[in-house]
Write a protein that binds this ligand. Sequence first.
Ligand code: SAM
Length: 282
Amino acid sequence: MNLNQPGTLYIVATPIGNLADMVPRAVTTLHNVSVIACEDTRHSKKLLSQFSIDTPCITYHDYTDQKSVDKILTRLQHSEDVALISDAGTPLISDPGYRLVAQARLRGFHVIPIPGACAATAALSVSGLPTDKFRFLGFLPAKVGQRKKALEELKAVTETLVFYEAPHRILASLNDLIDVFGQDRLAFMAREVSKTFETYLYGTISQIKTQVNNDSNQQRGEIVIIIAGNTDSTYTHSPETESLVALLLKELPITKAASLAAKITGGDKKQLYQVALSLQNK
Ligand code: SAM
């Protein structure tokens, strides 16, 4: 142990279903670190035993008390390397780890990713929807009212939208997506990626909903839902957006007001420029 050299925190991706997706560097790293911080030690021990890794495990959640975070930081301070894994895929992507990484960074420790599987990017890569700009939104709110409100705020976004969804909520969410985005938006649903019964549905949101409705298997397993961004040139904006643009126009030239409004709302700069123009001409 070299006490002058702090340890490294490794953020290690693990498979999202298919064990063959475990990358060799993940195996080596998990073998070599002093301790593995896991979301669920019992779950992870099954994976680790497949690769004959018997490194000690501890539990980590972002809601873990500060003492547990401090214990990991102390290990790093004492030259111990620590790995963080989640139940599946890339830690921190709708999974624990943010608090630990943020604090490790603030204290100047090395934090190194061991890249691997991530359901969002795997699904996006085969979606056939634009990938140049996308927005990852994690899980939609479970309650209908909050979910619809969240979707309303995304209605004008021109980037491709990527969500995780629980199988028991998929039909309800598809209904809400139709209500808010209309039935004709292009969409993609990836289910059980890399597993035996993986399926991929591509079409309008309403076509996907019909298939999910007619096949109960589509309401099982793990799901990523991807929605094309707004390409509607007959853009309609909310009163809140209009008030925001009006406010920005009081302080800024029109192009700056439009681009700032686009950054704040996630809307399209050109469309917001048109809003600003019509306000100026009023
Ligand atoms: N950190 C993980 C990652 O990198 O993708 C995601 C963890 S999040 C708690 C779990 C959600 O990811 C699932 O509910 C599902 O929406 C999505 N997911 C995980 N594995 C998947 C798979 N094999 N196929 C489709 N979606 C998956």
